[in-house]
Design a protein around this ligand. Structure first.
Ligand code: NAD
Ligand code: ZN
Length: 356
């Protein structure tokens, strides 16, 4: 998949066994100095393969502890220390081997090291393949909030080797599927029957079917991002299910539900809200999505004891909202979705209270 940016473009290579593809690595890296960043869960499985590809070049790696809490200023500063100590040159290449946490942190390192050096993203989670490695957003967290420090910095290339997904825990895989299904709801409605048809093969992680799903998701994201690189308008569609989802994550505390799990329930809530506002004629679309999410063991309803008033407070505080009006991305009956401003809080509460 080609991603056009600022008058040039870069490639997302998707396939099985790409970590062992000598020609590909040679063409992307040549003799450049390489600095690999990975985490302690991913490195054990996949770092040796990458090291083998880089045996002829000036090579160093940094392994961070896995987890969102380490997408931090502290890790950023440690990596910078290592790169300075190693006298890494600006024309060197950073390689991010891991999920979205490694990708975002390494991306921000590459965006800022000596005002910017090249990065190759090697995503190893489904979420990172279909979402975080496409679009050039990089960031680290600040105690005041998630992704509060960051930059736009596009990679030289993305290498998505589907083989890496064989070691991904089932829950993480399912969470990535929520973002895949998201593209079918945003605007690619032909993708929905395809996903329904290939459901069992996807659950079995069959490489050919996974490749099609990842490629189609990347195309969807690349399309949206290239039309609106800095999020002035259309790119906000990617937040479908995320206004509800972020509120759920905040209320339950990070580490309880995975991001993709909150997004799945968030998409179902967005459908309920769309039905109430007359933007969807009935619940048939939502029922299809519910059974698809169910097949992947993704949650489609809020926990019984969650505090709905607090959920609404979180949504009002979302940095993308103003005052008492909440902005949502809602599916419509024409087969795509709209950014809807000024949704009344009462309708949101009704949707949250609806039990079926
Ligand atoms: P993650 O990077 O934390 O990975 C999830 C877990 O799986 C981690 O424990 C990791 O060590 C492990 N893991 C990763 N690959 C593995 C593999 N192949 N085998 C075994 N274990 C593996 O989480 P994620 O879901 O990939 O990414 C979430 C992050 O992505 C968040 O910080 C989010 O803000 C960010 N994000 C960024 C963008 C963007 O546009 N930049 C978009 C969406 C999400
Ligand atoms: Zn998301």
């Amino acid at each position: 998949v080609e991603v056009p940016v600022d008058g040039r473009s870069y490639s997302i290579h998707i396939g099985t066994g790409l970590l062992q593809d000598t020609c590909l690595w040679q063409s992307l890296i040549g003799n450049a100095q390489v600095f690999v960043i990975s985490d302690d869960q991913v490195a054990g499985h996949w770092l040796p393969a990458v090291q083998q590809m880089l045996s002829a070049v000036d090579y160093e790696h940094y392994i961070m502890p896995a987890g969102e809490q380490h997408k931090s200023l502290e890790q950023f500063s440690r990596i910078m220390d290592r790169m300075m100590a190693g006298k890494r040159r600006r024309n060197g290449v950073v390689i991010a081997l891991g999920g979205g946490v490694v990708g975002d942190l390494a991306g921000f390192v590459a965006a800022t090291y000596q005002r910017g050096c090249a990065i190759i993203q090697v995503p190893t989670t489904l979420l990172a393949m279909v979402d975080s490695s496409v679009g050039g957003k990089t960031a680290i967290n600040h105690p005041a909030g998630k992704n509060m420090i960051g930059a736009f910095h596009h990679p030289r290339a993305v290498i998505a080797d589907l083989q890496t997904l064989t070691t991904l825990p089932a829950r993480e895989f399912a969470a990535g599927m929520a973002e895949v299904i998201k593209y079918a709801v945003i605007k690619d409605r032909e993708f929905l029957p395809w996903l329904e048809q290939h459901r069992e093969a996807l659950i079995r992680r069959e490489p050919q079917v996974l490749m099609d799903a990842v490629a189609r998701s990347c195309e969807n994201k690349a399309n949206i991002v290239s039309r609106d690189p800095t999020e002035q308008g259309e790119r906000a569609l990617l937040n479908l299910g995320h206004t509800f989802g972020h509120a759920i994550e905040t209320e339950l505390g990070y580490g309880s539900w995975l991001h993709g799990e909150a997004v799945a329930t968030g998409i179902i809530l967005a459908c309920k809200l769309a039905e109430r506002l007359g933007r969807l004629p009935d619940d048939s679309f939502r029922c299809r999505l519910q059974s698809l999410f169910n097949a992947f063991d993704l949650p489609v309803a809020l926990p019984d004891d969650i505090d709905l008033t607090r959920l609404i407070e979180h949504m009002k505080l979302d940095k993308k909202n103003q005052r008492d009006e909440i902005r949502f991305v809602l599916p419509n009956a024409n087969g795509d979705s709209d950014i809807v401003d000024g949704v009344p809080v009462a309708a949101v509460l009704d949707a949250l209270q609806q039990r079926d």
